[in-house]
Write a protein that binds this ligand. Structure first.
Ligand code: LAG
Ligand code: CA
Length: 453
């Protein structure tokens, strides 16, 4: 692994979807810290309904830190082991609603008729269903009725706000650094603001708001509380890589109608849309092989937003299926393969492009843009880095301006530099800043100022 000094400034986080706390801790120590990932989004850590489906985690029963991920002690150990190697933990906080119907939670708590360990019926909105048509024209129903039958908390009430703040403060007190606020679109932004005002530590907050541009509730209403997911990015990037032209990406970002870069959390795919849930669309995923690598290289090399890398598991078409029945780390064996955990964040192109982003924070522009009018593109990050992507079925051969000083650089996507030697490919930049780019079909290279030999 790269020495800590070569990590650069962390710029990217990873969603280790359904990973257990011991697996997350081990991954921080063996890969994420040494490579330079900034943080991990973990699955909801609080008590949820029983069942093998992944989505049981989105039906809270209590805020006890007992979940399929592990118990409270395992959670705390994970947070501190990750922190020790420079990796933050972001908790997926499910605060809009509680579990549907009646039953038992994984820590043994029971619930029925809107009665939970810390909530009773008057802590909820009245029972009404969010209808598909409400999204277009009825903001009130989207925020006050039930999302897929999940009992909707009265997030306006002081009692509920206090319980939510206690839950989040408990997480902060054990070292959690940030939150994904699940189903934020289903809560008025001012209610979220009231809860956040009760937190006793600064934290990274990103609100999950699915806004594809045509609904009553806009992502921009949530800017006052922190960062917001930019779902247009996921859909447009996926469509462009699948059926469009990479040349279009020259103006990717605000000019495509996206929110300001500094507010946006961006991703190629997420745990919902990769399996047809949560808005979906035609989305690139690990199933797309090389195309997926290239889409991630673009996301990570291009100066827009705070990127989240998705780390998934094979579900063989069963969109409810929970994670593989094996740990990711089994002794020294890593169960990352076609049929189990996917570990996309470990793919050389994805980890390499993450490192490229870490080493190019000094210039937040895409300059020297070049494209062939079709699916070959290249751009510089000022004099900090240069990337070329060939998404065509034929090879790419062209002399291009890199914006970088002359020298021999190591391609970060094939392993970068190790004790002044290139692990993989090298790239020569001449006296004029040009390089001869020679790439096969579905290939890419990325060099940066610290990868010079
Ligand atoms: C989210 N963001 O706003 C999560 O990203 C998304 O994964 C959650 O839905 C949703 N909001 C609620 O937190 C997931 C599944 C749903 C699942 C739900 C609750 O996508 O399919 O619903 O979690 O577990 C399931 C069943 C429904 C049923 C419901 C209540 O699929 O058919 O109505 O449970 O029993
Ligand atoms: Ca609500």
């Amino acid at each position: 692994f790269a020495a800590p000094s070569s990590v650069g400034e962390p710029t990217t986080f990873v969603h280790l979807f359904e990973w257990s706390w011991p697996d997350v801790a081990k991954e921080c120590e063996t890969f994420l810290g040494p490579q330079g990932y900034a943080a991990v989004q973990v699955s909801p850590p609080n008590e949820h309904i029983t069942g093998s489906q992944w989505w049981t985690r989105y039906q809270p029963v209590s805020y006890q830190l007992t979940s399929r991920g592990g118990d409270r002690n395992a959670f705390i150990a994970m947070v501190s082991r990750c922190k020790a190697v420079g990796v933050d933990i972001y908790v997926d906080a499910v605060i809009n609603h509680m579990a549907h119907g009646s039953g038992k939670g994984v820590a043994g708590s029971t619930f029925a008729n809107k009665q939970y360990p810390i909530y009773s019926p008057n802590d909820f909105h009245q029972t009404c269903a969010i209808n598909p048509t409400d999204y277009g024209n009825n903001a009130w129903r989207v925020q006050n009725c039930e999302l897929v039958g999940l009992h909707d908390l009265d997030t306006d009430s002081p009692y509920v706000q206090t319980q939510l703040a206690n839950f989040l403060n408990d997480l902060l007190s054990v070292g959690v650094a940030g939150f994904r606020l699940d189903a934020s679109k289903h809560m008025p932004p001012s209610d979220i603001g009231d809860v956040l005002a009760k937190l006793n530590k600064e934290s990274v907050v990103f609100q999950e708001v699915i806004d594809q541009g045509s609904e009553a509730i806009k992502a921009s209403e949530y800017f006052q509380n922190g960062l917001v997911t930019e779902f247009k990015y996921s859909l447009k990037l996926s469509e462009t890589f699948k059926t469009g032209k990479l040349a279009w990406l020259k103006s990717f970002g605000e000019q495509w109608g996206f929110m300001p870069s500094y507010k946006a959390v961006v991703f190629t795919d997420n745990h919902d849309n990769q399996r047809g849930h949560g808005g979906a669309g035609s989305i690139v995923t690990f199933h797309d092989g090389k195309l997926y690598d290239l889409a991630n290289v673009f996301m990570l090399a291009f100066p827009y937003g705070y990127p989240k890398v998705m780390s998934s598991y094979e579900f063989n078409g069963d969109t409810d299926a929970g994670g593989p029945n094996v740990p990711v780390h089994q002794g020294n064996t890593l169960n990352c393969n076609a049929q189990q955990w996917q570990c996309e964040h470990r793919r050389p192109f994805i980890a390499g492009a993450m490192r490229f982003r870490n080493h190019t924070t000094g210039n937040w522009t895409a300059s020297n843009w070049w494209d062939n009018g079709n699916n070959q593109i290249a751009f510089s990050r000022g004099d900090q880095g240069f990337v070329a992507i060939n998404r065509e079925s034929s090879s790419m051969s062209v002399k291009l301006q890199t914006g970088m000083k002359p020298g021999t650089y190591c391609d970060e996507l094939s392993g970068g530099k190790n004790s002044n030697q290139c692990v993989g490919r090298s790239v020569v930049v001449d006296q004029d800043g040009n390089t001869q780019v020679s790439l096969g079909a579905m290939d890419a290279i990325a060099i940066h100022h610290d990868s010079i030999t």
